[in-house]
Design a binder for this molecule. Structure first.
Ligand SMILES: Cc1cc2nc3c(=O)[nH]c(=O)nc-3n(C[C@H](O)[C@H](O)[C@H](O)COP(=O)(O)O)c2cc1C
Length: 192
């Protein structure tokens, strides 16, 4: 299976990446390679809403998104890991997602959804936030809605979401009683 992962945190070695590494370990221990993209290191411009993808089904902005587009297209499993920034995913994550408007046009305008592949495309979403969540968990709900829209747009037909609140200091996720084992298990389940 082709498995790709997006690290949406600009803080390298931080909580988002630590969680992601554990999920990837779960995938690799089951015999699959994972290609990771650190979104903060890529050259990705925000969507211009130029409307060109409505006409041609292709994004005309030339940057690393052409490569990411191909990677998503060929992926059987997609992992997204993001910190909560201002009650949703990080800007790095959101820029990549917005650029998937070309996939949206392909699916909903041209009625040609990207094929789900031999194994049925599946996803995993890992979210970590510093705040003790209020009763409505607004940050996680907003991020979940955004990533769900991304996943369905690129024909990830089902996904699992793990959320971890009150994890703020760099590396604090390591002190969480279950987070790392939950991420590892989720990685395992993603490919088995
Ligand atoms: C710009 C910014 C905005 C943030 N907004 C929120 C927020 O709305 N809700 C929350 O729970 N945590 C918020 N945080 C805290 C981060 O989600 C938290 O520190 C997280 O552990 C960072 O993950 P990282 O170590 O991978 O960078 C914010 C942090 C930053 C830098």
């Amino acid at each position: 299976m082709k498995v790709i992962a997006f690290n949406g945190s600009p803080r390298r070695g931080g909580n988002t990446e630590i969680l992601l590494v554990e999920a990837i370990r779960g995938v690799k221990d089951n015999g699959h390679d994972v290609t990771t993209y650190n979104l903060d290191s890529l050259n990705l411009r925000a969507c211009l809403n130029c409307g060109k993808c409505d006409g041609e089904g292709l994004c005309v902005v030339k940057d690393d998104m052409q490569m990411i587009n191909q990677e998503i297209r060929g992926a059987d499993r997609i992992i997204v890991s993001s910190p909560i920034f201002f009650f949703t995913v990080s800007a790095q994550t959101k820029i990549m997602i917005d650029r998937c408007q070309a996939f949206w046009a392909e699916k909903y305008v041209h009625k040609k959804p990207v094929p789900p592949g031999t194994f049925g495309r599946k996803g995993l979403l890992l979210l970590v936030g510093g705040m003790k969540q209020n009763e409505k968990n607004v940050g996680f709900q907003c991020a979940e809605a955004t990533v769900r829209a991304f996943f369905r747009t690129v024909n990830v037909q089902e996904h699992v979401t793990l959320t971890f609140a009150a994890v703020d200091k760099k590396g604090a996720i390591k002190d969480h009683p279950t987070a790392l084992s939950e991420a590892y298990e989720a990685g395992t389940r993603l490919v088995t």
